[in-house]
Design a protein around this ligand. Structure first.
Ligand SMILES: NC(=O)c1ccc[n+]([C@@H]2O[C@H](COP(=O)([O-])OP(=O)(O)OC[C@H]3O[C@@H](n4cnc5c(N)ncnc54)[C@H](O)[C@@H]3O)[C@@H](O)[C@H]2O)c1
Ligand SMILES: [Zn+2]
Ligand SMILES: [Zn+2]
Length: 379
């Protein structure tokens, strides 16, 4: 099969790889029809993770089931399914509690597994013609009848729509509240969108990319353009000097200052400043236990100079980590089915798999207009 393979920093290629196949009786084999490029792929693309060369990337996958293992009974050949980026077993202590992002058996010795992801198990990604889905009955979300017509909406259920929603859950967003979201990438936009869907009264989105901020406005949020480093001031002014009720971090460890230089503690400390006393912060942007490629000495060891005194003094709290996609994907899919949500509004490019390398390059450079790429293997 054709597949997008990580070769080394800023080097990905579409090459021939052995076909994905059923390996265990509980597996499902999917012919991938849509697979997105994610901001998480960029951490790997840039060589800022321990991703091994030779592996297939891609964790935001949707397609048609073409084969099922002998122990699969719910999922059938011909079903159209969206596959959460987490690989969960369904029977461990964490999966039982809905914490499918922290499965204890899918990546032994660690908590949490994913497709085509550094440090998250041996699973190959779906930026390819076929994908092996372990524990298929547990991991496949069966899509409704309008699956093909709304494919670009449903594929967002593999990661960014539930992840944006998860940020608002970690932050505890409730109707009528104010929310500040750092990052207007796909994840930040979905956190803003989820806040709007939950009935927040004021949603502010901080970034420097004007095209992305425009999309935030389209969703009903207020754009906070931080190009002149006035983001914090703008937020304090809009909230009457108090700060937002809730804050979402949707950038991660490679967050930048205005001149594109990495400042690893910037978004976290800005959140402490711009969230109100006793407010809550949800952090879904990825932070890593070690980052040998970082300029910053602390960051190399996965540490940061965090304003903990201020955080404590304000009595703030926070939630962090990978999204448990399965906790949300079913009800979010109903919002798509019943036209209450249209996450595809952020899709900027639909491209054949063969064009993935140039798509990575453009998305990585955050080129104007490259917000979210959906790859279409087999076209
Ligand atoms: N927790 C999870 O389960 C999960 C799932 C998916 C993605 N992620 C992570 O979420 C993060 C965002 O993903 P994405 O796809 O939106 O990526 P992205 O890289 O496209 O978007 C990040 C955005 O943040 C902006 N930004 C950079 N520095 C900033 C700052 N100081 N203040 C405000 N904005 C700043 C950038 O301009 C960019 O628009 C990544 O770290 C990704 O790995 C986490
Ligand atoms: Zn993703
Ligand atoms: Zn599990």
């Amino acid at each position: 099969m054709r597949a997008l393979v990580y070769q080394g920093p800023r080097d990905v290629q579409v090459i021939d790889m052995p076909d994905a196949a059923i390996e265990r009786a509980t597996d499902v084999l999917v012919k991938v029809t849509s697979t997105n490029i994610c901001g998480s792929d960029l951490h790997m693309y840039e060589g800022r993770t321990a991703m091994e060369p030779g592996r297939i990337l891609g964790h935001e996958n949707l397609g048609e089931v073409i084969e099922v293992g002998s122990a699969v009974d719910r999922v059938k050949v011909g079903d159209r399914v969206c596959v959460p980026f987490n690989v969960g077993c369904g029977f461990c202590e964490n999966c039982e509690q809905g914490l499918s992002g922290f499965c204890l058996t899918a990546n032994p010795g660690s908590a949490g597994a994913a497709y085509g992801f550094a440090g998250m198990g041996p699973y190959n990604g779906g930026q390819a013609e076929y994908l092996r889905v372990p524990y298929g009955d547990y991991n496949c979300l069966l899509l409704p009848r309008d699956a093909e017509e709304k494919e670009n909406d449903y594929v967002m259920l593999a990661d960014i729509f539930p992840t944006g929603y998860h940020a608002t859950e970690l932050a505890g967003v409730r109707p009528g509240e104010s929310v500040v979201v750092y990052g207007a990438g796909p994840v930040g936009l979905m956190a803003a969108y989820s806040s709007v869907l939950k009935g927040a009264s004021l949603v502010m989105v901080v970034d420097t990319h004007k095209d992305r901020l425009k999309l935030a406005e389209k969703m009903g949020a207020v754009a906070i353009d931080n190009t002149e480093d006035t983001g914090v001031e703008q937020i304090m002014e809009l909230t009457g000097g108090k700060g937002a009720d809730r804050g979402c971090e949707c950038v991660g460890y490679q967050c930048c200052g205005m001149h594109k230089e990495e400042v690893p503690n910037l978004t976290m400390n800005n959140l402490v400043q711009t969230v109100k006393p006793a407010g809550r912060i949800g952090v879904v942007g990825v932070f890593v236990p070690e980052d040998p490629g970082a300029e910053d000495k602390l960051a190399r060891r996965g540490q940061m100079a965090f304003d903990f005194g201020q955080f404590w003094f304000k009595g703030q709290s926070m939630g962090t980590g990978q999204a448990n996609v399965k906790a949300y994907n079913r009800f979010l899919s109903r919002m798509i089915e019943h036209d209450k949500a249209k996450p595809s509004m952020i899709v900027s490019h639909e491209l054949p798999l063969e064009q993935a390398p140039e798509a990575y390059k453009n998305f990585d450079e955050r080129k104007k207009g490259w917000t979210k790429v959906v790859l279409k293997p087999g076209t």
